[in-house]
Ligand binder design. Structure first.
Ligand code: ZN
Length: 159
């Protein structure tokens, strides 16, 4: 395709209400509110400089690997929806989840897929499928199967 090569600007936006986007060509800085981007879950947006008309990409880094400590009651289920027991979510990131198993129906192993259900910031429920990647006693680490930006998880991270 005839897409012109563009500069890409990476911005770290964890816990910010707006971001300052700097044109890589002329240096013009502009503050842009983050909320509309966050709701849409965009990782990358196109920007056009209001001074020099340069078009460039802005990559929004929502601190994928930042882990927010939390304490949330959770239900675990397997892929078929059978209960695997109760757990407490102890940390959350956009990439995955850490939890302590409280009552396990059967032992879980690395590579197992679990469905974790826990409260959302707005009072609803969050349901995530995750693959277990680490085991340390009762503490399990799991990576979300769906790697897409999830506003419900982000809401916990910035809370
Ligand atoms: Zn410019």
């Amino acid at each position: 395709m005839g897409e012109p090569r563009q500069d890409a600007v990476e911005l770290f936006v964890y816990k910010k209400k707006d971001v300052s986007i700097v044109c890589p060509q002329c240096g013009l800085a502009k503050n842009v509110p983050l909320e509309p981007l966050r709701v849409k879950g965009h990782w990358e947006v196109k920007a056009k400089c209001t001074r020099c008309a340069h078009v460039f990409r802005v990559r929004l880094n929502f601190r994928k690997f930042f882990r927010k400590p939390v304490r949330l009651e959770a239900q675990l289920a397997d892929g078929a929806g059978e209960s695997l027991g109760r757990a407490a979510v102890v940390d959350l990131s956009l990439e995955g989840i850490g939890f302590d198993v409280q009552e396990a129906v059967r032992p879980l192993a690395i590579g197992d897929m679990v469905h974790v259900s826990f409260p959302a910031v707005d009072g609803g429920r969050i349901q995530k499928a995750a693959t277990i990647v680490s085991l340390r006693g009762k503490r399990l680490g799991a990576k979300f199967v769906d790697g897409a930006f999830d506003p419900a998880i982000y809401a916990w991270i910035v809370k």
